[in-house]
Design a binder for this molecule. Sequence first.
Ligand code: SF4
Ligand code: SF4
Length: 225
Amino acid sequence: MAKQDADRARAMVRDRIKVVHTALAGCDVLVERELEVLASRGEVATCSKGCAHCCRQEIYVTRAEGEAVVEWITKQWQPAQIEALEERLRSWLAWYRTEHKQLTDGGIDRQVAFYEHGPHCPALEGDACSIYPVRPMTCRTHFVSSPPDACRQDSDPKFVRDPIATPLISIPRVTQPESLRIRSLIEQQGADFLATVHLLPEWLAHLLRVEQQPWLTAEPLFRRT
Ligand code: SF4
Ligand code: SF4
């Protein structure tokens, strides 16, 4: 019976990873299409490879997206690269539990605490996303039409205050069917969707076995009623 349960659990993980890859590919098609529509109206995305000021936001992902990332990493990366990521995850978690907590206890908004005071996403290597082919939906759909320097931290000498960062908000909207594709499978498998959502570093830490339950000491975003 235990073997059957384990086989069933593995099959469910495989199904989730498969649906995530389908959703990510579908998302990219929808993003390209929407970028063209926006450009035809004069709203041109200013994002480019190597621009990573935005990679310090709260990135929430489903377990399924985290599983797709970890499967990809374990197939593509050498052990030393994985160990370096694990070390960045440990530092990130330490910051989240200490400085981030102090900042939010002191009245600073969660998102501001991340963006203005936090470390970069542990998946960032240099100025590049190390998991780019499998980066989460949230990252794939974040674009702005403002100068990249407007995305810098306020304390950065190169920060540009005017014009302010202007997200292209229609992109997350048009790609919603692909996010729903992931949600739908999770719910078909019998899980509480919101309970499968955590910060990307938390899921990576859990799935890479850096920590069993990294979210236990963190403030949950979603509370079940
Ligand atoms: S959102 Fe801003 S920081 Fe991020 S890639 Fe686009 S221009 Fe660069
Ligand atoms: S996953 Fe990649 S794109 Fe997303 S925040 Fe992290 S480094 Fe940036």
